[in-house]
Ligand binder design. Structure first.
Ligand code: GDG
Length: 505
């Protein structure tokens, strides 16, 4: 039994395991971007931290590896507790239930919802294993911070065994409206579990409001104070804007704090990479190779929610509508193939490859290829060079919790006058109003937005990028971390007060 003061419950391990001559070494992730480093950063501010994740094993419930390991890296010292899970459990819990049933609902794609393959009992069991591990690792007054929808049931299992636990939860995805969320046949069990939390975090006010609506419809919870939405959010007029947001929910004698605050990126780290001699060379090489063409970049995982199909169709229309752009423009598309071997993801990848082939075949010639596609991950240090060299970053997800790529592009431009074309349905749109907004569901609007970005006068591009950069630099990953730590502090104070009141009574 350990006694961590912060337990992060996230399904993936926070490092890379490398086999060096038969000995396993734990190394920091090669990509210093995304969610994992943002979360590891919290270990620098607590006495003792622990991370709970799963690791594949041969036999159910039996670990053929050390379950608990100590990590000492640039983020600090912390423990990692690994839950053994068989390939069959991972397939059922993650690839099927999480990705084929829950993900499409969260992203408002109900027609992709695959109910028949779901084994809810396995989903429950896996969530219970995570809850048990968290209870075992965490000190009595620890904050247990659970991440994302694949661990939705963890809070209720913790609360059942440890009624006075301090539980926080963060959603990285959108939270849909009740009309869509209620398609889930397990909706009550999920909402009851989320109502076991003390703090529920979302990227933007719209998602917090959607959750409040679901909880009110299903459980008749009482909504607490509503406040006006302020910086960094757009409070009206945008697809994801909300003028006010509810602060807390009261249910069965407990108060659940709702928090809407978006993760940021790390502009300092990005610009440190870019100030390396090698990075400078790479940016120079990219620009040299591109010559007088305009470079468009688009980066993301292969996923039907990310809008790659809409992007490629838009690019095809652009080259058809404006043939004078041929040989004057190039799209670098990073669409990393998923490890998942499910129909939906295989189809999405095949579609991207087919469309890229079709556009290159239709518009390209011996000396000019309109699209350069990478389905392999590009090392982050190289990726930021493309962000810096690009004229336009085209990010048209149909739905996205936030979208860190948009913020990374802005950070990497560091004063260069590139244009960001961003879907109105990415959470980041609620805090980056100076992007060229686009509605990926409308051909006309996609066409308007890419034309606007390509033809925008330098002064306007510069002015927009300056404002975008100010937002991204102000509301960065450190700001997010301080914000969350502030919420944790308030939670701890609330608990201490409650205990004092109980004692006095
Ligand atoms: C989920 C939510 C939410 C991508 N290709 C490469 C690469 N990446 C990195 C990017 C960025 C990260 O992956 C992607 O982050 P996003 O936020 O864009 O999207 P998701 O992976 O879907 O993340 C999302 C996020 O959680 C945080 O809460 O914003 O809405 O879906 O950091 O740079 N990195 C490298 N090579 C690549 O080829 N090295």
């Amino acid at each position: 039994m350990t006694n961590s003061s912060l337990g992060i419950v996230y399904h993936r391990q926070p490092y890379e395991e490398v086999d060096v001559d038969g000995k396993i070494e734990f190394r920091e992730n090669k990509s210093p971007n995304g969610v994992v480093p943002a979360l590891k950063g919290f270990f620098g501010s607590v006495d003792k931290g622990c991370w709970i994740a799963w690791k594949q094993s041969e036999q159910e419930g039996v670990a053929n590896f050390d379950q608990r390991i100590e990590i000492d890296d640039s983020f600090g010292q912390y423990e990692v507790f690994r839950i053994p899970m068989t390939a069959k459990q991972v397939k059922s819990f993650y690839h099927i239930t999480s990705k084929e049933a829950l993900w499409p609902i969260l992203h408002s794609f109900p027609w992709m919802f695959n109910y028949d393959a779901v084994d809810w009992e396995t989903f429950r069991q896996v969530n219970k294993q995570f809850a048990d591990a968290a209870i075992e690792q965490a000190a009595d007054d620890a904050i247990i911070w659970v991440h994302d929808y694949n661990l939705w049931l963890v809070p209720s299992y913790i609360r059942q065994k440890k009624p006075d636990a301090r539980i926080a939860f963060f959603h990285h995805t959108p939270f849909p409206s009740a009309d869509v969320f209620n398609i889930l046949p397990w909706r009550e069990e999920i909402v009851d579990s989320l109502l076991c939390c003390d703090l529920l975090g979302f990227h933007i006010p719209r998602y917090a409001e959607n959750f409040a609506g679901v909880a009110r419809a299903l459980r008749g919870v009482e909504l607490g104070e509503r406040v006006k939405v302020g910086a960094p959010f757009v409070d009206q007029g945008a697809a994801l804007s909300e003028p006010t947001v509810v602060q807390n929910i009261h249910h069965q004698g407990r108060t659940i704090t709702l928090d809407a605050w978006p993760i940021g990126t790390n502009p300092r780290m990005i610009n440190e990479h870019l100030s390396d001699f090698d990075a400078g060379q790479k940016v120079f090489e990219i620009r040299n190779e591109i010559g007088n063409q305009k470079l468009l970049v688009s980066v993301g995982r292969v996923d039907y929610v990310k809008g790659s199909k809409q992007l490629l169709e838009g690019y095809d229309r652009l080259l058809t509508r404006r043939p004078e752009l041929k040989s004057k423009i190039k799209l670098f598309l990073v669409c990393v193939a998923p490890a998942m071997n499910t129909d939906a993801y295989r189809n999405a990848q095949e579609e991207v490859e087919r469309l890229v082939g079709a556009v290159n075949g239709k518009h390209g010639n011996l000396t000019w290829t309109p699209i350069m596609l990478s389905t392999r991950p590009v090392p982050f240090k190289e990726l930021v060079c493309y962000y810096r060299a690009a004229d336009v970053c085209w990010t048209p997800p149909l739905r996205d919790g936030l979208n860190l790529v948009a913020k990374e592009f802005v950070a990497a431009q560091n004063g260069e006058p590139g244009a960001l074309v961003l879907s109105e349905f990415a959470g980041a749109a609620a805090e980056l109003p100076d992007a060229v907004m686009t509605n990926p569901y409308s051909h006309d609007d996609m066409d308007r937005a890419i034309d606007l970005a390509l033809d925008m006068p330098l002064d306007e591009r510069r002015a927009r990028m300056d404002r975008l950069r100010k937002n991204v630099e102000t509301w960065d990953v450190h700001y997010w971390a301080d914000h969350v730590m502030g919420k944790f502090k308030a939670l701890r104070q609330g608990f201490a007060q409650e205990k004092a009141n109980q004692k006095a009574a």
